[in-house]
Design a binder for this molecule. Structure first.
Ligand code: ATP
Length: 249
């Protein structure tokens, strides 16, 4: 991979520029896919406590497949997922009980239920969801299907963050939403990371958008994790890595 080296193994010291927080979630040589076909091969990444990490790459790069494998929705063909320092093979609901939050690409709310009841389906405190997104308060009795796309995404993210997860994976937070709504959502992610120490793995096709909120990034292309880096070094590093991965430089 280009960009900065991988974070240290447990017990090793972090090299300069590496996050020093505890490693919450880790993929080592992750290979996963559908049927006999691997859609992502040999991907490795780490998520530390209190950081926001962007996973970027074009359509079909393998980002969502990697997230499905990380949360336990898709079995691994090869490699390992480590959660809270231990290899895991448990299903998603067990990992959720242990503090893993997951906001999938497809909006996971029940459209016929009220906003309040959807929030109650989560493991968290309704009050905390309303603290993060006060605009949800007046929408509580409304059916989720009647909310705007942005309001639905606030409901979903508010529910996920209300459980105060140790780590949160968010797949395509901003798809089709107005910049002002995306700003509200990313602000809530920053609060979770900076104040509560939540590690956030944020999948985004819009690399620049993800870059604006993230501490580090991983670039996926053609089912491979081709580069990684630190956002402090500027977005040019990511753009160069992208061009290099296409054979243009
Ligand atoms: P996008 O940004 O468009 O969501 P992505 O980077 O998340 O793309 P994936 O959704 O992981 O990419 O897809 C990786 C590859 O796996 C693609 O070639 C896709 O067609 C294939 N794929 C995804 N889901 C399935 C599935 N359920 N069955 C078979 N192939 C799939």
């Amino acid at each position: 991979m280009t960009g900065q080296p991988e974070a240290p193994a447990p017990g090793e010291e972090a090299p300069e520029g590496q996050p020093a927080g505890e490693v919450l979630l880790e993929a080592v040589g992750l290979t996963a896919g559908y049927g006999d076909l691997a859609a992502v091969r040999d991907a490795s990444l780490r998520l530390h406590r209190g950081e926001i990490v962007a996973v970027v790459g074009p359509n079909g790069a393998g980002k969502t497949t990697t997230m499905h494998a990380l949360v336990g929705e898709l079995p691994l063909m090869r490699g390992e997922v480590r959660w809270l320092g231990r290899p895991v093979a448990s299903p998603l609901h067990r990992r959720v009980r242990e503090g893993l939050g997951y906001v999938p690409e497809v909006r996971s709310i029940i459209m016929s239920m009220s906003c309040r009841d959807n929030l109650r389906l989560g493991r968290g405190d309704l009050g905390h969801a309303l603290e993060l997104f006060p605009e949800l308060e007046q929408l509580l009795p409304r059916r989720a299907g009647l909310l705007s796309g942005g309001e639905q995404q606030m409901l979903i993210l508010g529910r996920a963050l209300a459980a105060r997860p140790s780590a949160l994976i968010v797949d395509e937070l901003s798809l089709g939403l107005a910049p002002v709504v995306v700003g509200r959502l990313t602000e809530a992610l920053k609060v979770a990371a900076r104040q509560d120490g939540c590690g956030v793995l944020l999948v985004e096709q819009q690399a620049r958008r993800a870059f604006a909120v993230a501490d580090r990034w991983y670039l996926f292309r053609n089912g491979r994790n081709v580069a990684s880096g630190d956002t402090k070094s500027g977005h040019q590093a990511m753009e160069q890595a992208y061009l290099a991965s296409t054979g243009v430089s």
